[in-house]
Design a protein around this ligand. Structure first.
Ligand code: HSE
Length: 413
């Protein structure tokens, strides 16, 4: 069927179009378009992204030009090989990516969303940062024109058995509601931060799910909109839809939620060489419980202290002043009431600061605790000290230490 010549180009259009479709799919990762919501996000994105559309290229001119290039490079003989490879590849491709109907329907990507620390001391419900090296890994698939949401758990962690109790459901449903066209979504949770750890385990799942669906749909929504959708998952577990975990899980870096109505998010730069230590002790404190212990009203004196510290914290990040960050991470609104859930909290804090950490506080609603340091060795030492602290009364724990990250949700495959 193949050989050099003008007519061939015309007759082979369909074959080549199909071949191009296969090649596009096989090589589906191409250089990303710049993301529009923040330059930091663009910097920390992987250099590859999936194509928006895997459909057949119908433009005969494009097909002919590409065909000419291929033929020119390899000679007419190459066309035989291409045609045969096309059949072979298509057969393999059919098995994996085509539905039994023969239609090209379900498209999948793997998405990672990082763990996060909410509140950062004084920034109760309005600040959070992104952790490097810990997060959720999801496979997300969509089929446009169909309906339904399937969630599978292959993480080995215990998660709600019913879809409607999983944070992914309200987050994805909010996105699909705004999209206004039928889409079937399948999510497989492959790796999961331990639920209840206080380092944004629910936020990481909803962030990865909405990020993945948005990518597969061709990015109809901005990062801020994705945060709003993911917040619906937080509402399911905490009764309040706060964004201090989902904000950094989606966008990365340090995030300030200046306002909720309407949502106004500011991303702040992470200073160079900024490290965390986190301990997740084996004790259970639900977000609901941790919110219930908080007083409904804050005395004016405490309010003044708090907003002075929030201002200092934001200025510290904006100026890259780690000492200012450290001394501003002081909280009089939540920590005094929540620390009672954590055995020996004050003793541990004293020890952690003596170790050289800039600050220590409760991660989100707890029971995890985080510390920040300008030196990796200090962060490692602090993590060990945290472990030893809980080992003494026989409380098991997980420790994490690493770099504070600028990177939010992203495609990994
Ligand atoms: N800002 C929320 C709280 C975070 O402290 O309750 C929940 O992880």
């Amino acid at each position: 069927v193949a050989g050099p010549g003008e007519g061939l180009i015309f007759h082979q259009t369909t074959v080549i179009a199909a071949f191009i479709r296969v090649v596009i799919f096989v090589n589906r990762q191409v250089v990303a378009e710049p993301l529009h919501w923040h330059e930091h996000q663009e910097r920390c994105q992987p250099r590859v992204q999936p194509l928006r559309n895997f459909g057949v290229i119908d433009d005969d001119h494009v097909v002919s030009t590409l065909f000419n290039k291929v033929n020119g490079a390899f000679g007419g003989v190459a066309t035989f090989i291409i045609a045969e490879q096309e059949q072979e590849r298509k057969a393999r491709f059919d098995q994996r990516w085509f539905h039994s109907k023969g239609d090209f329907i379900m498209r999948y990507i793997k998405v990672f969303a990082p763990g996060t620390v909410a509140n950062l001391g004084c920034g109760f419900d309005v600040m959070g940062l992104t952790l490097d090296g810990v997060g959720d890994l999801l496979e997300v698939g969509i089929e446009e024109g169909a309906g339904g949401l399937v969630i599978r758990n292959r993480s080995g962690k215990e998660l709600p058995a019913k879809n409607e109790d999983n944070v992914i459901t309200p987050a994805v449903m909010a996105l699909l509601g705004a999209y206004e066209k039928p889409v079937r979504v399948e999510v497989t949770i492959l790796e999961k931060i331990a639920p209840g750890s206080g380092i944004g385990s629910s936020a990481a799942s909803s962030a990865a799910a909405v990020w993945g669906v948005n990518e597969l749909l061709g990015r109809p929504f901005s990062g801020e909109r994705l945060v709003e959708f993911a917040m619906m998952g937080e509402a399911l577990i905490g009764g309040t839809s706060h964004a201090d975990n989902v904000g950094p899980a989606v966008l990365g870096g340090v995030v300030l939620i200046r306002g909720y109505e309407p949502l106004d998010i500011v991303r702040l730069p992470v200073p160079e060489g900024f490290f965390y230590a986190v301990v997740h002790p084996d004790i259970v404190v639900s977000t609901k419980q941790a919110r219930e212990v908080l007083p409904r009203e804050v005395p004016l004196h405490d309010a003044v202290t708090q907003w002075g510290n929030v201002g200092g914290l934001v200025a510290g990040f904006a100026l890259g002043d780690v000492a200012l960050i450290g001394r501003s991470m002081h909280d009089v609104v939540a920590e005094p009431y929540r620390k009672g859930f954590i055995p020996g909290y004050d003793v541990l804090k004293e020890g952690v600061l003596a170790e050289g950490a800039l600050a220590m506080n409760i991660a989100g609603s707890g029971p995890s605790i985080f510390a920040l340091a300008a030196d990796e060795a200090v962060a490692q030492r602090v993590a060990q000290r945290m472990r030893a602290h809980f080992a003494r009364p026989g409380i098991g724990c997980k420790i994490y230490a690493g770099r504070v990250s600028n990177c939010g949700a992203r495609i990994v495959e």
